[in-house]
Design a protein around this ligand. Structure first.
Ligand code: ZN
Length: 146
């Protein structure tokens, strides 16, 4: 399992707002489970953007926090088409000229787990992986719709 640190409000829109593309400066060969960590820095300008507002950005939501893991996803695919000037179908969340890390099966955590992040892709400590796994498994067991 790996993790990425993402600034709020972008991390929130992955967890809650249906954002399934993370725009990154670098590609990765990694595929598999990925923790979404809200970094300590906030993109204040983005908080007022129509895209973020339409995604239901709510600063009072517990998952709007910083310095914590707030969701889990699967990194399915990395699209680098627009980096070389091409076009792609990654949708409204994708930014031209970046690598589009495409996320599937996003699960918002029932509550944030405080953790230190790092820029780019990083490897979570075993205790963090265990905490997240237990939380996600318990939440699924309690949810009659899943
Ligand atoms: Zn793309």
């Amino acid at each position: 399992m790996q993790a990425i640190s993402v600034q709020q409000p972008w991390a929130f829109t992955i967890a809650r707002g249906g954002k399934t593309v993370s725009n990154q400066g670098l590609p990765t060969a990694y595929r598999g489970p990925l923790l979404i960590h809200a970094s300590m820095r906030v993109d204040l300008k983005a908080c007022d953007s129509p895209l973020i507002q339409a995604a239901g950005w709510d600063p009072r939501d517990p998952l709007a926090t910083i310095g914590a893991v707030i969701a889990m996803a699967d990194l399915d695919e990395v699209c680098s088409a627009t980096v070389t000037g091409g076009s792609c179908d990654c949708g409204p969340w994708s930014e031209p000229g970046t690598h589009h890390w495409r996320l599937a099966g996003v699960r918002a955590l029932p509550r944030p787990i405080v953790a230190l992040g790092r820029p780019g892709l990083w490897e979570p400590k075993p205790t963090l992986i265990q905490t997240v796994t237990t939380m996600v498994t318990t939440a699924a067991a309690l949810d009659p719709t899943s």
